[in-house]
Design a protein around this ligand. Structure first.
Ligand code: BTN
Length: 324
């Protein structure tokens, strides 16, 4: 009853529904409706009751709605299952374990909070509850092992597509970061298992800061990290953001399978955050300053080391610092 009542009020989008109408459509008494309203209020929903008009929802906690996510598993997209966890250590760890245990291609793991969110190079990913998206996509792509890591670039392009479709301009910092203005709002971490026959599975994990406010960031991230809410000046419903990303990823994934990264190159190129910047690059154990000259059609960074005449193409590495 609670979930059905919640849906009725949400679908009315802030308009009144009479207690009689609710009771009629749920087949319960008006006293039961009143009890349901009280329970929803206890769960953080703001519901106004007015004699003669009924009830209306004026505010709701932004919870990730598994039911809505399931409806987004539409034919034509790669998604086969959604696993929602209120809290877990790391959605990437969970998805990797599920993959080893035979979970199907297209499984989506999403958590409201992580206690040990993994960033790149062993760093932690700040993952408080109630405000952001922590998502891992389990894929078993029919591509050669060398091609599969490019799926993290595909994830970046599709995330930028989804965010821009909501009216927020985004740029992409090679290889795995999404920026809003001059600050990072999302990071992507791909983990893969392969054997001599090819890719067994790859997990693409994305952390997107959605509704964090300045005060929510720990001190060391202050000024360097941002969120959709800070950039756009309004809050977002996480479920909607995720559905948009799953749709956009599905489209870009199909393009990638059809034409490889060249098919998506333009989607990266026009959002290239680093092009023309001086950057400090780390690859393996060495570090070098140089200029980022763009990303080639295969997704490699075009890098001209300081003092060098020619560009190199880098398929992996990390940018430690950049200067405009
Ligand atoms: C980075 O920029 O360092 C990559 C961050 C990736 C974080 C996401 S949150 C969902 C998924 N689960 C994890 O443990 N990590 C990724």
């Amino acid at each position: 009853m609670g979930e059905q009542l919640r849906r009725i009020l949400v679908e009315r989008q802030g308009g009144f529904v009479s207690g009689e109408e609710i009771a009629g459509s749920l087949g319960v008494t008006r006293a039961a409706v009143w009890k349901g309203v009280r329970a929803l209020r206890g769960a953080g929903y703001a519901i106004e009751g007015a004699r003669g008009a009924g009830y209306r929802m004026t505010d709701r906690p932004d919870r990730i709605d598994e039911g809505v996510l399931r409806e987004a598993l539409r034919p034509g997209l790669p998604w086969t299952d959604v696993v929602y966890l209120a809290v877990t250590d790391s959605t990437n760890r969970v998805a990797m374990e599920m993959a080893e245990n035979g979970a199907p291609h297209g499984t989506v793991v999403v958590a409201d909070a992580q206690t040990a969110g993994r960033g790149r190079r062993g760093r932690a990913w700040v993952s408080p509850p109630g405000m952001n998206l922590y998502v891992s996509l389990l894929l078993r792509p029919p591509v050669p092992t060398v091609e599969a890591p490019r799926l993290s670039l595909v994830a970046g392009v599709s995330l930028a597509d989804a965010i821009e479709a909501m009216g927020v301009p985004a740029s992409l910092k090679w290889p795995n970061d999404l920026y809003l203005g001059e600050r990072k709002a999302a990071g992507i971490l791909a983990e893969m298992a392969s054997d001599p026959d090819g890719v067994r599975h790859i997990v693409i994990g994305a952390g997107l800061n959605v509704n964090m406010e300045e005060a929510d960031f720990p001190g060391e991230l202050g000024g360097r990290a941002t969120s959709l809410r800070i950039a756009a000046g309004r809050a977002f419903l996480r479920t909607n953001v995720l559905v948009r990303w799953l749709d956009a990823f599905g489209t870009r994934y199909a393009e990638f399978l059809e034409g490889g990264f060249p098919a998506l190159h333009d989607g990266w190129d026009r959002r290239d955050f680093l092009r023309g910047s001086r950057v400090l690059l780390r690859r393996g154990d060495s570090e070098a300053w140089g200029v980022a000259c763009g990303v080639d059609p295969q997704g490699a960074l075009r890098f001209r080391s300081e003092g060098a005449a020619a560009e190199e193409l880098l398929h992996s590495g990390e940018i430690l610092e950049f200067r405009r």
